[in-house]
Design a protein around this ligand. Structure first.
Ligand SMILES: [Zn+2]
Length: 553
């Protein structure tokens, strides 16, 4: 009896062990399968509301395919300021923010050299595919790894990582340091180029692509609305005095012709047309074919950033016919891109995510017309007054630079004059706060020493503050105000929802259908992708995997 009891116990334990083991083994088996290709798409300046605003006019295979077949994180926000392109792209692909990854703006004052420093400038490299300085670029200012870097490290360099965009920073920062290549557009020669950081010569497939002279072919067509203009009921009427008219055209109205610029060989203009996105889609498809992405046993990665939405958005604003038309055409480009991915890599074999690097403010003139408080602030005038004030107080202006709403004080002079750094920061902050157009000021010492409630405006500022690169006093404009340097059109950069709230979709391999309204930080994208791939998070990652994507229904 006793022996029988022991046998039953032993048998049960064995059975339990086998069950657990089978379950674990089963899970491990399925986890070992990896997607063939990760496609990280960024739409420059895409506001969250565009998904719904233009919904009825979208095709079945672009944004609607993402929404209907994928997972939509409806409450995704930037968790730092400033919301610019350089920091945005860096944060999406590193899961980190400027305080850690170091990309504090598109361009910032370099305390060591005393000059403005562009985020991807690198004088040490050689341009590839151009003679122009447009090729003097690398990710050297990015202090951490990207998803692509981790893929490369984890696969002992077997995974291929490629990035394409019109903008250098929107290609280089997503790609990261160890990518096979980042390619961007040189408007002077109309070609996609790179730098010696990545490669020594352009690959054959890109030489052939450039030889097609697609920018010329597209611009020859001129730009008119894809639908009859009366159908653009989601936008204001075409002619608005606050829209910036491009290329010296008298009025910012359709159609836009480029004959004169084409004669001069100026291909820069393609940036502020929807054809810039079509060209980006074309080069992305050429890269998939040319590099044989998604064809090996290792997961490859392609980063694609559509920049024309930003150039068009800056000029015409979120309620313009021009931006609506740009999104309707981008939707068709996405549709074709997904079809191509289905054919080249196979439906369900690739994992796509799509988000934006920041949103955009409404044009202040448009808000004012609707009786909503808004306006422009003359930052130059504020800087001038600040210098005069500090000069009259300390006998020296003490200001080295004022940019990106940060004041850089002269620490050497402060020491020479035996002044206290904190009290000079304090005097600067107090004076700034008295000026029209300044809503709040923050002292660097406080950002360094205090901790703030998560995702409060102060915490966002702290997440964007890099101890070595950022300034001494930071200030912000009132809600719906921005720098008067943009006399027409719009911009972005603030901590408010119109700039921080962006769409985020996942679709394809390992992704269930659904949506969430839970709060997602932009820094959660990279750890989510890395968790799906079972690879380490990028080394400066501050985010977490998005739980809703992993919960079983
Ligand atoms: Zn922009």
């Amino acid at each position: 009896m006793k022996l029988h009891f022991i046998f039953v116990i032993r048998f049960s334990v064995l059975l339990l062990f086998l069950c657990i083991n089978t379950k674990l083994y089963g899970q491990k088996e399925s986890n070992l399968k990896k997607p063939k290709l990760i496609v990280g798409i960024v739409v420059d300046q895409m506001r969250y509301d565009y998904v719904f605003r233009y919904w009825d006019k979208f095709s079945a295979g672009g944004f609607k395919r993402l929404m209907n077949n994928g997972f939509f994180c409806k409450n995704t926000n930037y968790n730092y300021v400033p919301t610019y392109t350089g920091p945005g792209h860096a944060s999406i692909f590193t899961g980190s923010f400027p305080a850690v990854h170091g990309i504090i703006a598109n361009e910032w004052y370099d305390k060591k050299t005393g000059k403005m420093n562009y985020c991807t400038d690198d004088a040490e490299v050689k341009p590839i595919g151009t003679e122009n300085s447009t090729g003097l670029m690398s990710p050297k200012n990015l202090l951490v790894t990207t998803i692509g870097d981790e893929l490369r490290l984890n696969s002992i360099q077997q995974s291929k990582v490629i990035a394409v965009s019109l903008k250098d920073r929107a290609s280089i920062l997503p790609a990261g340091h160890s990518a096979n290549a980042a390619y961007w557009f040189d408007g002077k020669n109309g070609n996609f180029i790179s730098s010696s950081h990545y490669i020594n010569q352009l690959p054959e497939w890109l030489i052939n692509f450039n030889a097609k002279k697609l920018p010329h072919q597209y611009l020859e067509k001129s730009w008119n609305t894809i639908l009859p203009i009366v159908n653009y009921t989601e936008s204001t009427s075409d002619e608005q005095e606050y829209e910036l008219s491009p290329n010296g055209k008298e009025k910012a109205i359709f159609p836009y012709e480029y004959t004169k610029q084409l004669k001069e060989g100026n291909y820069e203009i393609i940036r502020a047309t929807p054809y810039g996105n079509t060209l980006t889609k074309d080069v992305a498809i050429a890269a998939i074919k040319g590099e044989q992405l998604g064809k090996s046993n290792y997961t490859d990665m392609l980063c694609v950033s559509f920049s024309s939405t930003d150039y068009v958005g800056h000029s015409f604003g979120p309620k313009s016919v021009e931006i609506e038309d740009t999104y309707l055409r981008l939707d068709l480009d996405l549709q074709q891109f997904f079809i191509e991915l289905d054919q080249q890599v196979g439906k369900g074999n690739y994992l796509v995510f799509l988000t934006a690097d920041h949103g955009a403010a409404e044009v202040p003139a448009y808000l004012k017309r609707n009786k909503i408080p808004a306006g422009l602030v003359d930052e130059n005038e504020i800087e001038k007054k600040l210098k005069e004030h500090l000069f009259s107080t300390y006998g020296d202006s003490l200001v080295l630079n004022c940019s990106n709403q940060q004041v850089f004080l002269n620490h050497t002079k402060i020491k020479e004059k035996k002044l206290d750094l904190y009290s000079t920061q304090n005097a600067t902050a107090h004076f700034l706060l008295e000026q029209n157009g300044v809503a709040e000021t923050y002292k660097a010492e406080d950002l360094k020493n205090q901790s703030f409630v998560k995702n409060s405006f102060k915490a966002l500022l702290q997440n964007g503050y890099h101890f070595k690169r950022s300034g001494d006093v930071l200030f912000r404009f009132p809600v719906a105000y921005f720098d008067a340097i943009m006399k027409k059109g719009t911009t972005h950069g603030a901590e408010f929802s119109y700039d921080t709230h962006v769409p985020l979709f996942f679709m394809g391999w390992g992704i269930k259908k659904g949506s969430t309204v839970e709060s997602v930080d932009i820094t959660d994208i990279a750890p989510t992708i890395c968790t799906l791939l079972n690879i380490p998070f990028p080394n400066g990652c501050v985010g977490n995997p998005i739980e809703d994507l992993f919960e079983e229904d």
